[in-house]
Each structure stands twice: as C-alpha cells, then as structure tokens.
Design a protein around this ligand. Structure first.
Ligand code: PLP
Length: 367
C-alpha cells in the first residue's frame, strides 16, 4: 500500500527532525525554571535561549521595546492579547480564527472583508472613527483557510491615526513567509510552535513592553507574571529549535501548489489571484459536499481538510467564505489543501487523480 499523503499542513505540521533532536537532547532532569538550585538555573537558561531564538527569527534583536511571553498555544496567546489589554473597543476582522472571533468583549465590532478576502479598509476607518476609548484592532497576517495575506502595514498605519493598538495573529504566516513585528508595525503578535515544525503545547505572544498587559492565567507568577504555570520546557526547547530552523522552500512549494491548481478543470479556486501563502489552495468542487470529499480523499489515503473544520470533528460551512460573500451552496463544497516540506510531485499527482475521479463520478450521478 502506498504511504498516506498529508496535505493538511495548516492544521498542524510534522515535527522537523532537527526539532525532535533538540528535544531528545534535553537530559531527563527535574527542570523547573523557577527553582533556585542548579537544575532550575539550567532550565531557566534553556528557556531564555529558546526565547532568544524566537526573537531572532522575528528580527527582534536590538528591539528592546518588545518582549516575548510563552503560552501553551496560539489560542492562548490570542486570548492574552485580546483580554489582557484593558481596551474599551475591540475591532476584529470577520475572517479571524475562532480563538480571536469568539473572545467576548463589552464592545466588540467586526470588520468586514471584501469579496477578495481582505479587510475592507474603508469600513475599518469608519469603525475607528466611531470607536470609543482605547481601541485594539486584531487582524491576522495570513488566513488559515484561504492563505490570503492581509495588508497589515496599511491597517497599522490607519489604526495609528486613531491612536489604536494593533494585534496580529501570525500563526499561519510564521515559518512560511517572513514575519517581523517591527516591519509590520504591530504592537502585539501571536505565533504557535506546531504550525512551523515545532511541537504541540507551545505558543508565544510578542508584545510591546510599554503597554500594560495583564495575565489571564494567574498563580505562581511565571513568565514575568504574564502567564502562570510551570513552563513546558521540552515544548519551549522545540519551539526555539523550530524558530532557529525556519528554512522553507516557498518557491518549490508554491510551484507544486500552482501545478495542482492548473490541473483541476471544473474547480473554483478561492483567492488564486490574491497575495497568499505559498502552500495553500482552497478548492470548491461544485455539487459535492466538503464532508463527502474529505471522506473520499481519506479512504484513498489523502489527508485534506474542510477549511475552518472542525475541532468537534464536524464539518461546518466556513465563516471565512461566507464573510467573502461566497454563496452558502458553494462554500459547503470547499476543501482546503495545504502543502508543506516533504510534499512531493507524487503526492500532488495522487491528489489530482482522486479529485478528478470524484468529480467525474459525481457529474455522472448528477447527469
Ligand atoms: N490562529 C490561526 C490563524 C490558526 O490557524 C490557529 C490554528 O489553526 C490558531 C490561531 C490557534 O493556534 P493553536 O492551535 O496553537 O491554538
């Protein structure tokens, strides 16, 4: 039997071998970075080295105004950013990940996106002009479903005119394209280890020290009192190693993705003409429900996903596609294909064969 084909790298990436080696090299010692004894001090040194690796990857060396706090996930870092600043108005785009969109706030407004999948800057300006008190704007760098890149620099410039702070969820972008909070001109930025070849269980929030951020998890006061709980040292080591080894063959990966898209006659491709991540393709197979496609692909050994799927294992219609104005009937037939390191020509050939076979079969049934 042929090995399974993994085309779901936006859901999680396989652990890079250099990351695994770095984690396995960690001696099995009682490493609590808060302990005063020598084990604790060694653990502290290891955690701080990982923090340096992450800052280096984000081009933050020499930018002392920024700090990095480790969390257990991108979700937690997003929660910390949005709940930890005492802002009176929160503006979030309609296509954010659930870890941003579902955060409750007394005065939260949703910024619409255009049919091309990017934040509507005119609508953002109106919302900023109407907003009260201290404002936080949260917009992602790359959408997890479409891969479409958001104009973060323009958003930040606009926000600054209204004295608003900007948080950017860069979870999908980090490791696939250059990410530098200083160049993006954002005040807070989220990343997650398992989306860039690192382990599950570690995320980070980059923040400007001059803004008063409060913890959402309280207790022993770890991570400069911003995130209590004993640090997950092995996961943090893996995160640091992943950040130090981000090399990504964007040109090779996008060539494979583009080849896949060229081969599929009859598919609607979302965001094809927009600036987007090199690895992501969002495909609508007209008349065939996402769930049916996922099951068929899985039975034939190909792992893909239905966009915003499905922490509960249930496929729901994508809020991103609906926000872009894609009719519900079409949105219900979308499948996200996300390539990564290790994706081969043969993987793409197998995907195309399954797609074409299912498309032909369903057209015959419909005829
Ligand atoms: N933000 C985006 C854009 C994501 O795609 C994800 C995960 O899919 C998250 C946040 C959440 O990250 P984590 O899985 O580390 O909680």
């Amino acid at each position: 039997m042929e090995p399974r084909v993994y085309l779901d790298h936006n859901a999680t990436t396989p652990l890079k071998s250099c990351v695994m080696e770095a984690m396995l090299a960690l001696p099995p010692l009682p490493y609590n970075p808060s302990s005063i004894h020598s084990y604790g001090r060694e653990a502290r040194r290891i955690v701080e080295e990982a923090r340096r690796q992450i800052k280096r990857a984000l081009k933050l060396e020499g930018h002392d105004g920024y700090e990095c706090v480790f969390t257990a996930s991108g979700t937690e870092a997003n929660n910390l950013a949005l709940k930890g600043l005492n802002t009176q108005t929160l503006l979030v785009s309609a296509i954010e990940h659930a870890s941003v969109l579902k955060i409750e706030h007394g005065n939260r407004k949703v910024i619409p996106v255009t049919s091309e999948g990017i934040v509507d800057l005119a609508a953002l300006e109106t919302l900023l002009a109407e907003a009260e008190g201290k404002i936080l704007v949260s917009v992602m760098l790359a959408n997890n479903e479409t891969g479409i890149l958001q104009p973060i620099r323009e958003i930040a410039e606009l926000a600054q005119r209204y004295d608003a702070l900007v948080h950017c969820d860069a979870v999908q972008a980090f490791g696939k394209i250059d990410v530098a909070p200083v160049d993006l001109n954002v005040d807070l930025l989220t990343i997650s280890a398992h989306k860039c070849g690192g382990p599950l269980g570690a995320g980070a929030l980059i923040y400007k020290k001059k803004y008063p951020l409060s913890a959402i998890i309280t207790g022993g006061g770890q991570e400069r009192s911003l995130r209590s709980g004993t640090e997950n040292v092995p996961a943090i080591v893996g995160f640091g190693a992943a950040a130090a080894n981000l090399a990504y063959d964007a040109a090779g990966i996008s060539a494979l993705r583009d080849g896949l898209e060229t081969s599929l006659e009859g598919a609607r491709m979302i965001g094809k003409r927009m600036p987007r991540l090199p690895n992501t393709s969002y495909l609508v197979m007209p008349g065939v429900a996402s769930e049916t496609q996922l099951i068929d692909f899985d039975l034939k050994g190909v792992a893909v996903s239905a966009g915003s799927a499905c922490s509960s294992g249930k496929v729901t219609v994508s809020h991103v596609l609906l926000a872009m104005g894609v009719p519900e009937k079409e949105a219900a037939c979308a499948v996200r294909v996300s390539l990564g390191e290790g994706t081969s020509e043969n993987d793409i050939t197998r995907f195309i064969a399954v797609w074409k076979e299912l498309y032909a079969r369903s057209n015959k049934v419909a005829a």
